[in-house]
Design a protein. Structure first.
Length: 218
């Protein structure tokens, strides 16, 4: 338990020691005994991957939670209010991906629907469709249907009113972001190692060729 000024900030392991739970308890206002609680749960392996990437998630999250002031009327949140907040988050994610030169469609939401399809014989088939939502490197929100392998709609992140009801919670989005950057980093690491091996082989060949030419001159 760590005390940080006015209020209590806790960082502790939970959920079979695989999850870090970060809480900020806000002091009551006037005579109200209730406290407002803000929680982010981040898997331990994600924290480790972020650390390898040079992203101190624990520090960033602690600083963020410490700076946030929750309004009293947060119980009533419209889709528009939620979209405004997520726009800021997604805008920053696009900046991070550009800065790290990661051209990746980040999955930010999902839902399952049941659809009816008429067969040529007049009978009806019922199928489940998986709807995935992605944040593109260009700052677009794309609606993709897995079963037909097709993008069915694209919204502009800043200008359009894209749906919010199927967007992942922040913990899941952060997890997907770290995983995306980490996987690209690992692939780059493998390519670099292979490139260094190739460079060494070429150096050896050139050295032998140089030695051969020098001997022929003699």
């Amino acid at each position: 338990m760590v005390f940080k000024g006015f209020g209590v900030f806790l960082i502790h392991t939970a959920y079979n020691r695989k999850t870090y739970k970060l809480n900020r308890f806000y002091p009551c206002m006037e005579k109200s005994p209730e406290k407002k609680n803000l929680t982010l749960r981040i898997e331990k392996d994600i924290l480790q991957k972020a650390k390898e990437l040079g992203l101190n998630i624990s520090h960033i999250t602690e600083s963020t939670l410490k700076a946030i002031s929750l309004p009293d009327n947060l119980e009533v949140v419209t889709s528009r209010m939620l979209r405004v907040n997520y726009r800021k988050i997604f805008g920053k994610i696009v900046e991070i991906l550009k800065e790290r030169e990661v051209k990746y469609f980040l999955k930010i939401g999902e839902h399952i629907s049941t659809e009816e399809f008429k067969r040529p014989d007049g009978k009806t088939d019922i199928h489940e469709l998986t709807h995935s939502y992605f944040l593109s490197p260009e700052g677009k929100v794309e609606h993709f249907v897995d079963e037909i392998d097709q993008t069915v709609k694209i919204w502009d992140l800043e200008k359009d009113d894209w749906p919010t009801e199927y967007i992942y919670p922040p913990e899941k989005i952060l997890t997907n972001l770290v995983e995306a950057i980490y996987n690209v980093s690992k692939r780059n690491s493998t390519k670099l190692k292979e490139a260094l091996v190739l460079e060494k082989m070429l150096d050896q060949y050139l050295n032998k060729l140089k030695d051969k030419n020098e001997k022929e001159k003699k």
